[in-house]
Ligand binder design. Structure first.
Ligand SMILES: Cc1cc2nc3c(=O)[nH]c(=O)nc-3n(C[C@H](O)[C@H](O)[C@H](O)COP(=O)(O)OP(=O)(O)OC[C@H]3O[C@@H](n4cnc5c(N)ncnc54)[C@H](O)[C@@H]3O)c2cc1C
Length: 457
């Protein structure tokens, strides 16, 4: 019986551990987090993008392979590993059915996410329920889970992993050895120093949407020992979140989806980007960087009562006022400039037929920064405002893998006993941009491949 160690305790790790156990391996998961905080960023997820040639119980119509691939090419501007992207997409439907067979349930998409009803399978109960169920399945298969076991170093000897150096709950360091290892310990998004070094000084004002445990220690250990890197250090996924969100683990409830329905101002009271450029699922991932490029990395989204019910609200109450002047004051914005910007915006609105289901003809004309769809005058009190900050979801720098999820060295040699999946390999497919739901697809698909490979080294 092969002994397999899986590093990490999110969806990618769990798919790998379950598959390795199903393939007869004796599996141990080493997870940095304590039990109550387990599940990494996966616990915050809602859905997984799934190719399906025909409708499923919860996914409507079909989502052909070619369309999924095209969607990926659009967001990455064509820069993806064709072989691995094809594999991830083709296997996404099997992953969905495999999860179902394990008792993981899906639900139709809910109000506010209807545009994903054809493409993304929503986990019933969200990511937390998903990972809890995965832990239960792993437990039933005899997988050992060691919490508060942080892997500090993966000791390589040429293209073989010799052992892991692991920090135990009592802070002692212990060596762990196995026949095969699967690295599924996320990116480096929670490591503020690394982020600052890679993304610049301004990243000190970013919030981290997910777990604080993705410190990138395994990634760094591998990259400094000659493992081939993929993806750029400066690339990652960041969205605009409620400025009052906690530093870590704010999760989905602090994301703000009202941008297309209003206008976004910087601290000086000026608009800076087309809020209605495209459908929100295709644009939300650029707003983290957009807000990050504004003074003090802050933005303020302003809507009126016409738009209040159109989006999933933040967990925090909005700032509310009966006049725009009062709202600007409450948000600590320059009242005169805010009023001027909104008056100019309102005057530039060309009336059209407001329709959320398409790129409608409600737009502005003649502004330096026009709003190209869903533009309506901000004129119906009460008015609402939310302060936005950039919220980092995950980073794309990772390790090079092949179709067997095997990790490669810089000299082109494959590692004999090291596989990787999840955020750690996202950069193989995502050079830039993001396609909602593909993170979980990548982790699940390559997790299953890695689990099988590791059980059979
Ligand atoms: C708020 C939010 C919402 C999201 N929503 C979606 C969504 O709906 N759909 C989607 O596809 N993607 C979504 N994502 C992205 C998604 O979470 C990731 O793509 C996916 O979870 C990656 O899975 P993973 O297992 O690689 O990483 P994670 O789930 O983050 O797991 C990594 C694990 O490794 C552990 N770890 C880290 N370092 C070490 C170490 N040195 N030793 C031991 N253990 C370690 C961590 O504790 C963690 O448990 C979302 C992310 C966030 C933050």
């Amino acid at each position: 019986m092969k002994k397999v160690i899986v590093i990490g305790g999110g969806n990618a790790a769990l798919c790998a551990a379950i598959t390795a156990a199903q393939n007869g391996a004796k599996v141990t998961i080493l997870e940095s987090a304590p039990k109550e905080l387990r599940g990494g960023n996966s616990q915050h997820t809602r859905n997984m993008r799934t190719y399906h040639p025909e409708p499923t119980k919860t996914l409507v119509e079909n989502y052909p392979f070619e369309e999924y691939y095209e969607d990926l090419l659009k967001v990455t501007k064509g820069e993806t590993n064709q072989e691995l992207a094809t594999l991830a997409i083709k296997n996404s439907v099997d992953l969905y059915h495999w999860m179902e067979s394990l008792g993981i349930n899906f639900q139709p998409s809910l109000k506010g996410t209807l545009s994903l009803s054809r493409t993304n399978a929503f986990f019933l109960g969200g990511g937390k329920t998903l990972v809890n169920r995965e832990y239960q399945i792993a437990n039933d298969l005899g997988v050992e889970v060691l919490y508060e076991h942080e892997v500090l170093n993966v000791k390589l000897n040429n293209n073989i992993v010799e052992y892991l150096e692991v920090k135990l709950p009592n802070s002692q360091i212990k060596k762990f050895k196995a026949d095969a290892y699967i690295a599924a310990s996320g990116g480096f998004e929670s490591n503020r120093d690394w982020l600052r070094q890679a993304w610049g000084e301004q990243s000190k004002n970013y919030l981290i949407r997910g777990t604080k445990f993705n410190q990138g220690k395994v990634l760094k250990s591998l990259l400094t020992q000659g493992v081939k890197k993929v993806g750029k250090e400066e690339q990652g996924h960041a969205v605009a979140v409620d400025g009052r969100a906690p530093l870590y683990d704010g999760g989905i409830v602090t994301r703000l989806d009202c941008v297309p329905f209003g206008i976004v101002l910087n601290e000086k009271g000026n608009r800076f980007y087309d809020e209605g450029e495209d459908f929100w699922p295709k644009r939300y991932a650029i707003w983290g960087r957009l807000v990050a490029s504004q003074p003090n990395q802050v933005g303020h989204v302003i809507i009126d009562s016409k738009s209040f019910d159109l989006f999933m609200p933040s967990v925090f109450e909005p700032t509310k006022a009966d006049t725009l002047e009062e709202l600007a004051k409450k948000l600590n914005l320059p009242v005169e400039q805010v009023t001027k910007t909104i008056n100019e915006f309102n005057a530039a609105v060309v009336d059209g037929e407001f329709d959320l289901t398409k790129l409608d003809n409600c737009k502005t004309e003649g502004l330096e920064v026009n709003k190209t769809h869903w533009a309506r005058r901000i004129d119906t009190p009460p008015y609402y405002g939310y302060t936005l900050r950039p919220g980092v979801t995950f980073t794309y720098l990772g390790v090079k893998i092949d179709k067997d999820a095997r990790v490669y060295m810089e000299d082109g040699k494959p590692m004999t006993n090291l596989f990787a999946t999840g955020e750690m390999v996202a950069g193989n497919i995502l050079s830039q941009g993001y396609l909602a739901g593909i993170g979980m697809t990548i982790g699940g698909v390559f997790g299953r491949i890695a689990g099988k490979g590791a059980a059979n080294v």
